[in-house]
Design a protein around this ligand. Structure first.
Ligand code: BGC
Length: 391
């Protein structure tokens, strides 16, 4: 972003919020920070985002980096409500779908921008067995449990604190899920750190511990539309997914257990192609998913770049890196023009896509998949980075 615009944003941010600097490395008072040419550290401003129907206060934290990227996170669901990214002319615009008030998030959301837990994706019939004991979860997606259940981590209020990082501070969210909550065993303490770096990357670091053997699979559910114009479908975005295989599903979107080569199927994103290129092909898996709504088996291991999305019109490029074995690519097939868009209108079919890094769906019931079991004394740790640039 060009400097004058960056200054304007800084000034607007400072003026618009009754500012509460959770952290600013150089401890410059907010009014002086507005006059400083370029902020030296990540500033996190806190404002109120209202109160839930059951009376819990929700805060919004605004992370902003040196370049002018802005990420707004609310404590309800750890939801990213706004995320700006530069186009090739250096103009920043919001690239994630969301709402502008809490009541809308509480009323009906397809997990816009949310943290997902305890178990991202589906567990067949909401049932699994650990050490001979069978657990029955709440089901909320036909016969299955999706994204944690009726009240997943996207619908709880997280506790926020700051975490010092090299370029200022990051936002740390903590949620303690009680033993038996949603049907899951064990008290699960989860933390998610959102760290906005000065090179326009958002690092999302997850940790969890339990006091009883359980299952866990956390992820982030932002819907991206890199055009910044949410009236436009995302079919023109060019996508890559570094995966030789994907996971076919049954009609309820539960894995069949097979890992199928993408070669000669519409699921081959090893070379960049637009999301729309093959989406209307006659294909049994596309029919079942109503489009792309599948988990890809990522190549390689360890922290690596796994996916890119590019919007030629604006030049915006998103690069996703993770240490997870899978990524659910979902292209907004269930958006149907009923959910309200801030500023008027509604979110239409396929106007956002998600790249949800995770372990495979239904792993607790699929012994050949990498395990999602967490035992007392172990630490669940995983990291995903979303990096933006323009070309
Ligand atoms: C799932 C979709 C689901 C969507 C909810 C995605 O993660 O894969 O099947 O409909 O979340 O909006």
């Amino acid at each position: 972003m060009n400097k004058p615009f960056s200054h304007l944003l800084t000034i607007a941010l400072v003026a618009a919020t009754s500012i509460f600097m959770v952290n600013c490395k150089n401890e410059t008072p907010p009014t002086e920070a507005a006059e400083t040419p370029a902020p030296a550290a990540i500033a996190i401003a806190k404002t109120s985002f209202g109160t839930t129907a059951d009376g819990q206060a929700v805060d919004k934290f605004t992370l902003k980096n040196k370049q002018g990227m802005q990420v707004d996170v609310i404590t309800y669901g750890g939801i990213i409500t706004t995320w700006t990214a530069p186009d090739k002319a250096g103009n920043y615009a919001n690239v994630v779908l969301g709402y502008d008030n809490l009541a809308q998030y509480e009323k009906a959301t397809p997990y816009f921008g949310a943290l997902i837990g305890r178990y991202g994706n589906r567990i067949a019939k909401g049932k699994f067995t650990l050490d001979g004991q069978t657990y029955q979860l709440e089901t909320n997606d036909g016969p299955n449990t999706l994204h944690g259940g009726v009240k997943g981590f996207d619908k709880v209020v997280w506790t926020a604190s700051e975490q010092p990082v090299d370029n200022g501070s990051a936002l740390k969210l903590t949620y303690v899920s009680k033993d038996g909550e949603g049907g899951y065993p064990g008290t699960l303490t989860s933390t998610v750190v959102y760290h906005l770096t000065d090179d326009n990357a958002l690092e999302v670091s997850y940790e969890a511990t339990t006091d009883k053997k359980t299952v866990v699979n956390l992820t982030q559910h932002s819907y991206f539309n890199l055009s910044g114009d949410f009236t436009k479908p995302i079919l023109d975005h060019e996508l890559t997914i570094d995966a030789d295989k994907f996971i076919p599903v049954d009609v309820t979107l539960i894995p069949t257990g097979e890992l199928k080569p993408v070669e000669k199927t519409p699921f081959d994103f090893r070379q960049a192609k637009t999301i729309g290129k093959d989406i209307e092909q006659k294909d049994d898996q596309l029919t079942k998913g109503k489009g792309y709504d599948h988990c890809w088996v990522l190549n390689g291991q360890g922290f690596r770049k796994v996916s890119t999305a590019y919007h030629a019109g604006t030049g915006r490029l998103l690069e996703v890196s993770t240490d997870e074995p899978g990524i659910q690519f979902y292209c907004g097939n269930f958006l149907d023009g009923t959910l309200p868009m801030p500023g008027g209108g509604t979110y239409a079919h396929r106007t956002g896509f998600c790249l949800e890094t995770q372990h495979y769906p239904d792993s607790p019931n699929q012994s050949s998949f990498p395990t999602t079991t967490l035992a007392p004394g172990e630490k669940y740790e995983t990291k995903t980075t979303f990096k933006f640039s323009a070309k």
